[in-house]
Design a protein around this ligand. Structure first.
Ligand SMILES: [Zn+2]
Ligand SMILES: [Zn+2]
Length: 175
């Protein structure tokens, strides 16, 4: 009888060999490969994790699966956290994010009752927010590839905190 695998397991742990389009499914604490699946280029592309990191490279991440809640935020906390007028955010379940760089997990500043802002202690890059709830929010600017369709903002928070001359648009590509 084949092992029972949920969709959540697959999006979290599937990895792709870029040339062969084979996903290897890892399960269990020993991380031994359990299953290899050949797939089309389109499916393989979707399963390939998002990657990114800070300016100096000490903090790197892999985020598995589709990004959730893509939105921009222009609140004062986001502005102070980054120095930018508007930030673009996406969210992943904590277990979908792996810190892969030599610096391990980012440093955090406890910025509210339920969330901490994450940054690189070496270069100071803003990376995102790590909530007490099992969510890691990441900033689009630190992603290696920022044009993925699941990263396009769908909503805009705290628009009125922007200066009137600052405009933010998110236009879905037609191709
Ligand atoms: Zn850094
Ligand atoms: Zn904000």
């Amino acid at each position: 009888m084949p092992p029972t695998t949920t969709r959540a397991d697959i999006t979290r742990i599937a990895r792709m060999d870029a040339s062969n389009f084979v996903a290897v499914l890892y399960t269990g604490a020993d991380s031994k490969p359990q299953l290899e699946v050949s797939m089309t280029r389109a499916v393989a592309k979707r399963l390939k994790p998002h990657t990114g990191g800070c300016l100096c490279g000490a903090i790197r991440f892999e985020a598995q699966g589709t990004a959730g809640k893509p939105h921009t935020c222009s609140c004062k906390m986001c502005q102070r956290h980054s120095g930018a007028l508007t930030l673009a955010w996406v969210e992943f379940p904590s277990e979908a994010v792996t810190w892969t760089g030599p610096g391990g997990a980012p440093s955090v500043y406890h910025s509210s009752d339920y969330s901490s802002r994450a940054f690189c202690p070496a270069c100071g890059s803003s990376l995102g927010a790590i909530d007490d709830a099992p969510v890691v929010a990441l900033l689009l600017g630190v992603f290696d590839k920022t044009s993925a369709i699941d990263l396009i903002p769908k909503s805009h928070s705290y628009r009125t905190a922007r200066p009137k001359w600052w405009h933010v648009e998110a236009v879905k590509p037609t191709t």
